[in-house]
Each structure stands twice: as C-alpha cells, then as structure tokens.
Design a binder for this molecule. Structure first.
Ligand SMILES: Nc1ncnc2c1ncn2[C@@H]1O[C@H](COP(=O)(O)OP(=O)(O)OP(=O)(O)O)[C@@H](O)[C@H]1O
Ligand SMILES: [Mg+2]
Length: 293
C-alpha cells in the first residue's frame, strides 16, 4: 500500500468514526466488542510448559442439559488444531468458554501456564491475545477495507477518544502485510459491503490479525465459501500456523484434510477421539456418531 493511500484512508476514516462508533454498538454478536478490543498492550503468555491453551474437566449445563461434559483438551504454541464433531457436540460452546462468553460450572481453563481464563471478562480475554471469528462475517459494510482494518485497532471507547489517532509506521507496515496475507491488497479502498462472502471472511480474519492474537478461534470459517475461496483459506491458515496458534472448527472434511495435523473429535461435550484425520476417520466410534458408514 502506498503512503498516499494510507493518508487517503486515514482522512476518510475521520469522517466515518462517529458512524462506526454507533455501528459498533449495534452489531449482531455479543462478542463483537470483546473480539475487537485492542490488544496492543497484551503481555507475554507463558508457554514454557508447551501449552498455549489448557482445558481440564470442564462442565457446563444449560437447564440441566450437559452441553460440555468433562472436556479436557490442550493446544501447543503455533499449532493448528482442527475440531470436528456432530451438531450440538459443544464445539461453539467450548469457544464460548475459552473467550469468557460462557462461564463453566466447573473445570479449569488456562491460557499459557499462568493465566486462569475463568478469572477474566470477555473483553479482557480478547486483550490478553485470544481472537475469535464467529461464523457469520461481521465487517462494517459501509466502510472500506482499510477502514475496517484500522478500526480493529480500537475499542469502542477508543474510537470515541482517539479522534487524532493515526496509524504509526509499524502499524501501517503491519496492515500492508496483513492485506497481502488476506489477498485484499488490491481492494484497500473498496467498500466492504461489495466484497464476496469469502473476501468478507478474510477481511474479518485480517481485523483479528491487526490485533496480533496469540490464539485464534475460528468457527466454521469456510461455510458458504466457493471451492476456490476455501482453497485460499486453507493456504491462509497454513501461513498463519507457527506465528499464531489456531483452533479451527469445521464440518468441511476436504478443508480439514488440507490443513490438519491433529484433529480432535468432540461429541456430547467431551473428546471422543484425537489423532491424525486418517486415525480418527478409521475410529469406529467416530464413524458411528459423525462420519456415518
Ligand atoms: N446458551 C445456551 N442455552 C441453552 N442451550 C445451549 C446454549 N448454548 C448451547 N446450547 C446447547 O448446547 C449444545 C451444544 O451446542 P453447540 O452450539 O456448542 O454445538 P456445536 O458443536 O457448535 O454444533 P454445530 O456443529 O451445530 O455448530 C446444543 O445442544 C445447544 O442447543
Ligand atoms: Mg457450532
């Protein structure tokens, strides 16, 4: 991106800030505010024990129904973990617990070896470095790609209080790199509402990346994408692996095959099986409850 474009975008965003502040409080997902909280002051996560995420014996009931039932799972730094399982297995609820949207009835949830996630609010967890992508794209349709990415650096409060904010050169470099990563370098000034479904999903992932999350949770990221968009998303995730830790929930087995190392199968709120995709696909219990015969 050229300095002129950056400057042009920065000017336009001044005009849109008030509108964006209003939009920010109207978005569909309750997690939106938290998901896009500013992460610039996030501290280090202690991964000396080889785990960025650690869940142990987590339980959650909704009106007596055990949605999460003795769930234990951990993820290594830089890992790309795929989660599969039947509808209602508890995959989204697990993400709700990790991000502080739902409080478990009992159990342990740690980010690194020192951060007890159950002690933090949803907004604080986002600030600690856990980014979440909901299934439906939630970009600001009226704003440009640039403006969406820039807004990802603000909290709602920040939008109102940062009228004189400009991207510094490190942030501008970062945005240019992210635009390349999400294949939107040629669409910087394009209105987000005119992007394809897949491009909107990439833009939202770009907004998360602007905050440099250590752990990214992605819930059904390729649902509704074309085959070509799905392939490019697989490339995108593989390029993020190592730099970030990723937890990807998907039903698309072709996609899972392309990106997966270890696959965890959830069923009835706990881990049914875990291993390579070939291993779990050969597991009789997994075939029974999910993959079919
Ligand atoms: N807030 C809630 N109140 C009541 N029940 C809930 C709530 N959240 C989830 N559930 C129930 O918990 C179970 C697990 O739901 P969850 O959305 O986590 O499943 P999932 O594995 O993400 O399924 P899918 O593949 O369909 O997205 C479901 O039976 C769901 O109806
Ligand atoms: Mg779900």
């Amino acid at each position: 991106m050229t300095p002129e474009l950056m400057e042009q975008g920065a000017k336009r965003i001044e005009a849109h800030r008030a509108m964006a502040a209003t939009l920010g409080s109207q978005t569909e997902s309750g997690g939106r505010t938290a998901g896009f909280s500013r992460l610039l002051a996030a501290g280090e996560v202690d991964v000396t024990h080889g785990r960025i995420l650690y869940l142990e014996d987590v339980h959650v009931s909704f009106d007596g129904f055990k949605a999460i039932n003795g769930l234990s799972l951990d993820i290594a730094p830089g890992e790309l973990r795929c989660i599969i399982g039947p509808n209602g297995a508890g995959k989204t609820t697990m993400m709700d617990i990790i991000t502080g949207k739902t409080r478990p009835d009992s159990g342990t949830a740690f980010f690194g070896s020192t951060i007890d996630l159950l002690r933090y609010t949803e907004a604080e967890i986002a600030q600690l470095g856990i980014g979440r992508k909901f299934q439906k794209p939630t970009v600001f349709e009226q704003l440009s790609v640039f403006e969406n990415l820039e807004l990802a650096l603000y909290t709602d409060k920040g939008v109102k209080s940062s009228m004189f904010f400009r991207l510094d050169s490190a942030q501008a470099d970062r945005m240019a790199e992210i635009l390349r990563t999400i294949h939107l370098s040629d669409s910087v000034t394009r209105q987000a509402g005119t992007l394809s479904h897949g491009q909107k999903q990439w833009l939202e992932i770009g907004m998360l990346l602007m905050q440099d999350p250590k752990l990214l949770l992605l819930d059904e990221p390729v649902a509704g994408m074309t085959d070509e968009e799905t392939e490019r998303t697989a490339e995108l995730f593989l390029s993020l692996k190592g730099k970030h830790s990723l937890m990807v929930v998907e039903h698309d087995m072709g996609f899972i095959r392309t990106i997966s190392d270890i696959v965890t199968v959830l069923c009835d709120g706990s881990v049914l099986a875990q291993g390579t995709l070939d291993q779990v696909q050969a597991d009789e219990r997994v075939i029974e409850v999910y993959l079919g015969r």
